[in-house]
Design a protein around this ligand. Sequence first.
Ligand SMILES: Cc1ncc(COP(=O)(O)O)c(C=O)c1O
Length: 393
Amino acid sequence: MNKPNDPSWHAATAAIRAAEMRTDVGEHSPAIFATSSFVFPSAEAAAARFSGDEAGPIYSRFTNPTVSAFEQRLAVLEGGDACVATASGMSAVLATCMALCEQGDHIVAASGLFGSTIGLFDNILARFGVSTNYVAPTDLDAWRAAVTPQTKLLFAESPTNPLTEVVDIAALADIAHDAGASLVLDNCFCTPALQRPLDLGADIIIHSATKFLDGQGRAVGGAVVGNADQVGEQVFAFLRTAGPCMSPFNAWIFLKGLETLDLRMRQQSANALAVAQWLAEQAGVARVLYTGLASHPQHALAEAQQSGHGAIVAFELAGGQAAAFKLINALQVFSITANLGDTRSTVTHPATTTHYRIGPEARARAGISDGFLRLSIGLEHPDDLIADLQRGL
Ligand SMILES: Cc1ncc(COP(=O)(O)O)c(C=O)c1O
């Protein structure tokens, strides 16, 4: 029922046409299979589906055609053999760790990570005997030194949330593979439109589909992409039993989101560059972190491994939290919200929101001071966004 991918397609075409789904009715837009289970023509057919002798859907916690279409399309975009869609980005992280780690295993993670990922490692996985050590994302010697014989996963985001640090994906993949471990890369900020970590040697991609894959702030979802064994078998086996699956309706939203991903990522990158360049010239702004600025510490690496710089701009105000709150409260166009990746620009104060629960020690380790703000630049005209920030500064 799903049309196969044509490998000669550009990403912008694959994002619209890969795994295009069509039933006998001939609908143009993909159908939403709003059903919890599927009917078998006979008792024998039911048994054959459950034993695996016959392919086909059984129950929507396992597979659903709308969800499968999203999985297949994202796998094509990331260049992976398998994709498993999940209920949220966090359940993509959880499913990966639960599928690939067991008691006594060890994770080496970048100190700059989304706050809930740190919370999952420290407060939940630790209770089940999986320990995590954190290292500076850009310090390759520290990654090498932190690896132990028990290390199963190296885990990083690139660029990191919220400070946009860029990790050397190919070098980290080598460190992981030398240790017999796998590199898990959260590709949330770039998406496959701007970066394909599997091509650089990463083993598993994590997505919060909630962000740019949807792109319009409508639904929560996630995905894991990788090879047929680790993702297609092991992560899928966890999902099928433990159940953090994506709903067919959300999968439909993400499918529609993917259709405009390439265009959005390129325009939002251009808008973000304009905002970052303007911020860099403002008094009271101590530091601007945007991978597209030549002043970014890993600008050259970002240029080498990304085809664009994305929508996330972090900057630090000299006046600390008071200045950050004053700026946020003066904004009229930006939305004050914890989400990112929306067509609507958003502003977040990480120290008191997304990275509040990890505590002051982990924030200090990650370099998140009280004066930092994270902007996710949307599709409004950059001049209007700059005028809004001018008002706040
Ligand atoms: C980089 C990154 N990874 C994972 C997540 C978690 O995604 P979700 O909120 O969909 O669970 C987020 C959420 O902000 C994120 O920014």
